[in-house]
Design a binder for this molecule. Structure first.
Ligand SMILES: [Zn+2]
Length: 217
């Protein structure tokens, strides 16, 4: 059923989003190889987010092409980007994949039910599902739960974002995360308040290690 809705939804969206590159406007796909390569930000800057052991990111939000693609994906229904962004994430973990197979699971930052309903989809879940298909690491969509609605983070300043996220997540099946290493998928890291709060409840439930994996920071 979900696939059916996705397909019908996808057809409507492909009318809104013609087959043109978000960066150079060339026909033939949402994001051409050449423009994708321009979004890769190599120097691994150290990012410290409370409760997060590691942060891995493909690019930076200051990159105009990447930020436009992410906005189209998140707010304008261009769900085809899930395929491209998940490719980026899969490439990032590829060197470590054998090690990850031993004890790592994938979780996604959930959206509140009302937000998912108004938007029709949760872009982060789409991203995590595709990422799971490419890596075959175990993925659970029913473990990290949004337990309280929060105000959209974009309207808040740094300190307010932390308070806004406090106690907004819960763990539905603690046995799935206990003694596991977690890859926590999100589209964008801004202040880190969301990932930090999710990592906190995961650690509380016994997770060994939490790595944030995002498209841009
Ligand atoms: Zn292009």
């Amino acid at each position: 059923m979900t696939t059916l809705i996705h397909t019908a939804f996808g057809k409507v969206l492909s009318l809104i989003f013609p087959d043109r590159c978000v960066g150079c406007n060339k026909y033939g796909g949402l994001f051409c190889e050449n423009c994708i390569n321009k979004t890769r930000f190599s120097p691994r800057s150290k990012v410290s987010v409370l409760f997060l052991d590691k942060l891995i990111h493909w690019g930076i939000y200051e990159n105009e092409i990447l930020s436009k693609a992410l906005r189209d994906f998140k707010y304008r229904g261009a769900i085809g980007f899930a395929e491209i962004f998940s490719d980026m994430l899969a490439k990032l973990v590829e060197p470590d994949i054998e090690k990850l197979r031993k004890n790592t699971i994938i979780l996604a930052i959930p959206a509140s039910k009302s937000r998912k309903k108004s938007r029709g989809y949760n872009q982060t879940e789409l991203l995590a599902e595709k990422f799971f298909k490419k890596t075959s690491l175990p993925y659970f969509s029913d473990v990290l739960i949004k337990s309280r609605n929060t105000i959209s983070q974009t309207s808040l300043a740094g300190r307010e974002r932390l308070f806004n996220q406090k106690d907004s997540f819960s763990i539905a099946k603690p046995e799935k995360v206990k003694n596991k290493k977690i890859i926590l998928v999100d589209d964008i890291l801004t202040t880190g308040a969301t990932l930090s709060e999710a990592a906190r409840v995961l650690k509380e439930a016994g997770a060994l290690e939490v790595t944030g994996l995002v498209v841009a920071k």
